[in-house]
Ligand binder design. Structure first.
Ligand code: DHB
Ligand code: MG
Length: 224
């Protein structure tokens, strides 16, 4: 695999599997024009999130999903579209301007009844959220906030994930500024992702794999 072959393959996957509606197509350019960072999962990863969300909850879709890192709402819209009827997505965002933008997008998408943004840093918000929703109540978790904190998120969220539920994480192989094959000790996000990958892989209650789509997506199922 060469860099140019990787880019061409990623483009192919988006061309074939990344069909999306007008709102999702224009969301990232509109977010960038509004001053938000140009960071979102790709359309094929979006479809993967919807697909995985829909496979939980005994195949009817997640009844409760939690996302860490809302940003402009792009991935949240995909997840919300995979929820069970009456299902909810709680998505956590620390930057007020991002949460404001995403709130409008959820409204435009007709999802304001099923998506709720919790404002604040994930590690600050999670302990109270865990108390609120209770053990075994969450069918799908999507991690996309600070890569160096992924293992801490996992420790806090682990008891909440229902048997058969899924833990999904973005950027487990890289992001704009690092890649997983680089030496340890130079980039806290690389090291955080590496630590997280090993932590989940070694957890006897989870079966985990990472798929090399875009910047790497970890998928783990709670077995018991
Ligand atoms: C970055 C963060 C992401 O979640 C991502 O998917 C790509 C890049 C970043 O912080 O640069
Ligand atoms: Mg990401």
């Amino acid at each position: 695999m060469t860099p140019s072959r990787w880019d061409a393959t990623s483009s192919y996957l988006i061309d074939v599997f990344g069909a999306q509606d007008e709102q999702l197509t224009t969301l990232s350019p509109r977010a960038v024009a509004a001053g938000l960072p140009d960071i979102a999962v790709s359309p094929d990863v979006g479809r993967l999130l919807k697909l995985l969300t829909g496979m939980t909850g005994d195949g009817r879709g997640a009844r409760l999903a939690i996302e860490l890192g809302t940003l402009a709402g792009y991935s949240g819209i995909w997840i919300a579209r995979g929820l069970a009827p009456g299902g909810r997505l709680i998505t956590i965002e620390s930057v007020p301007a991002h949460a404001d933008f995403a709130q409008r997008e959820f409204e435009t998408a007709g999802l304001s009844g099923s998506v709720e943004i919790r404002r604040g840093a994930a590690l600050q918000v999670l302990p109270a959220l865990a108390q609120e929703v209770g053990p075994g109540s969450v069918d799908l978790v999507f991690l996309d906030a600070l890569k160096r904190e992924y293992s801490d998120y996992f420790r806090l969220l682990r008891p909440l994930i229902a048997p058969g539920g899924l833990l999904v994480a973005d950027n487990v192989l890289g992001s704009g500024s690092w890649w997983i094959d680089e030496p340890a000790g130079r980039n806290a996000d690389r090291d955080g992702a590496d630590r997280f990958n090993h932590l989940v892989a070694a957890d006897p209650d989870f079966e985990a794999v990472a798929v090399p789509i875009r910047e790497g997506v970890l998928i783990a199922r709670r077995m018991r």
